[in-house]
Design a protein around this ligand. Sequence first.
Ligand code: GLN
Length: 289
Amino acid sequence: MLLREIKNIFHLELDAIYGKDEVNSFFYLLIEHYFNLERFVLVMQPELNLDKEQETAIFGALSELKLEKPIQHITGTAHFMDLDFKVNKHVLIPRPETEELVRWILDDVKELNQSLTILDMGTGSGCISISLDKNLIEADVFGLDISVDALAVAKENNKLLHADVTFLLADILSLDKETSAKGLERKFDVIISNPPYVRELEKAEMQNNVINHEPSLALFVPNEDPLKFYKAVVNFAAKHLNENGCLYLEINQYLGEETKQILKESKFKTISLRKDMFGNNRMIKGVRE
Ligand code: GLN
C-alpha cells in the first residue's frame, strides 16, 4: 500500500481522538522508528510503497494508538534531555516539565565542576539520575526506587546510555528503618525527587493514555494525605544533605504552598517555588541550613 494512503487512514481513524497535528507527529515518528524514513519522504517520493511486513508493523501501531496506548510504549522509547530512554508500563514516561527540573539543577551546579554526590528518590526509568550523570562527569549519582521492575528499566538505560548511576531498591516511605541496609547512610550534596503526587480526585483531569497505561504506583496519592512522599523525602533530606546541599522537588501544581511549608518546617532556608513552561507551580528548591 502507498505510504500516503496509510497516512490518510491514520487521520481517518485517529484525528477524532488526538487531533490532526498530533496524528501527523505520531505518523512521522512511527515511520522513522520502524523504517528509518525521514518526515520529508512523502514530498520526495509521493508514490512510496510499503511491503506487507511494513504494513503489518504500521497498522499494528495504529491499532494500539486507537486503544490510547502511549506512543512511547509503542516505540518503547522516550526522548528526555537529548537522550533516548527505554520505557515500558513499569515506569512513568519522562515529562517535559521534569526536563525543566533537571535543567534547573544543571544551571545551579554545572560551574561548580566538583565531584558532587547526588541522589534521585523514586528514579523510575532513571531519566533524572542518568541525565544528571551524563551531564556532570565528576558526579557520583545514586537512584532509588521501590519497584524492582522499574529498576530493571533504569539499569538497562544506564547500560545503553553508558552512564554510571548506582541503583538501589528502597521504599521512600520506610527509609528511616532501611538506610543502613540500603547503602544510603552517606550524605549527599543534591537530592532530587519526582514522587507520586496526583490526587485520586484529579484523575478526572487526566488523559486515558496516562490512567490506563502508566503505573499507578508512580502517579497517585490518596486525597487525605497527598504529600506523604514529600514529608518522607524532606525528612530524609534534612538528615542526609550536607550543609548548603540542595533539595529539588517536582510537585503537584495545586499544592505549591503546602509543599513549600513542609520544607519551611524542616531544616531548609531559601526555598524557591518555580513554574513550569505551562505556567503551573511545578518545582521547589530548598537549601539545607
Ligand atoms: N506530571 C505527571 C502527570 O501529569 C505526574 C508525575 C508524578 O506523579 N510524579 O501525569
